[in-house]
Write a protein of this length. Sequence first.
Length: 436
Amino acid sequence: MKTVKLSNNIIFLLGLGFLCLTNLAFAQNPSLLEVNPPEGPSNNQVRAIVNVRLIDGLGGPPQVNAVVLVKGNRILKAGTEDQVAVPVGAEITDGTGMSLLPGLIDSHLHNVNNNKALHAILTNGVTTVRDPGHPFRFYQSLHFAQTKLPRVYLTGAHLDGYPGVYLDQAALVRSTDHIQTLIKDYVMQGGSGIKIYFRLPLKYYETVMRTADFYHIPVVAHLELVDAEDAILAGLQGIEHITSFGTSLAEPEDAREFREGVQADNNYRRDGRYLLWSKIDLSADRVKEVLALAVKNNVVLSPTLTTFERQAGDEEYQAKAFKNMLDFVGMAHQAGVTIVTGSHNSGKYAQRGLAYQREMELFVEAGMSPLEVISSSTLHNARYFRTQDRLGSIEPGKLADLILVEGDPSVDIKAMYAIRKVMLNGEWVDREEVVE
């Protein structure tokens, strides 16, 4: 048998071909997955939810007297009682006086091996979460869960620049090669996105974007030192926290002072954000220009307003700053920026465990309609996660993550506090279950 030697050029071309095929496979299979797919029903029992107000997440008006059929872990049919017949032997849930929505999706939640907290979040209607920036080891407890937990999407430790901020949560980037190695490793561990943290220099952004794009995963960022418009021009797809826009909207001198303060001390940003935002003039031309750039580049904003909320009775400049943040979200929405819901776990004015619902309320205060807020909390977030073919709306063929809410949140978003039943992957969740 002859031994065939391949030239370096041929080997390179073969390798390039393999990479291209791999990239093509990602492009043809864009749906990203959670690291903890929940178990579904062990049989194909049909479950029927009847006499319910259907709010499907697609943005249209609710359907009254609706019926939704679930078979196994999939939505079988959805429509009015005239359109959908309930088969004999179906398990019936009466939704009289209630609204049926897709399970809520949280774009920005942090957890550290706390299954009890995750279960509580699930029982409050959030069936899917993404943790942008915590390392995979913070989620080892998922593998030992004894109860139902929301679907969890992970990005791995955030990419930060020296000297870093939260060192136990960060990978401090050393070089472009290091970035490529990190992202490959994250994807191999089930990562479905990349989070840039605020000390990573702008010079590394393009490498992050290109490498993440190769693996067909999105990149989001928390910005303080890099201006939002520079990050967007580098290819950033998602901006976490309304405060990330601060230096782009402020007067140049105010922005410079803020950056210098943060550069010298990470903690300067905590009160510095309010000082910066209290001086922003939202009628300035630069505000319209930044919004136009965000719309042109299809940027998604997860404002996490709840974590920054300040009201009358707080420091006057803080309340003024938050009013500007709230108004800017309304302006962004009106301009065409996609807004998604992220709780960031808690807020000064949020009830314990219900920061997500408070975020929905604040979106309405910013000028969004309740139906728009529901879409931001379901389908828009599913698109942000690149899993919209599986989650985010009540449509035949999608996974049966559903919530029953007392009242009509399409009229009054406060109804979202009244979660009555939660279905995850085709099974009802026991809301009384105690998790140790």
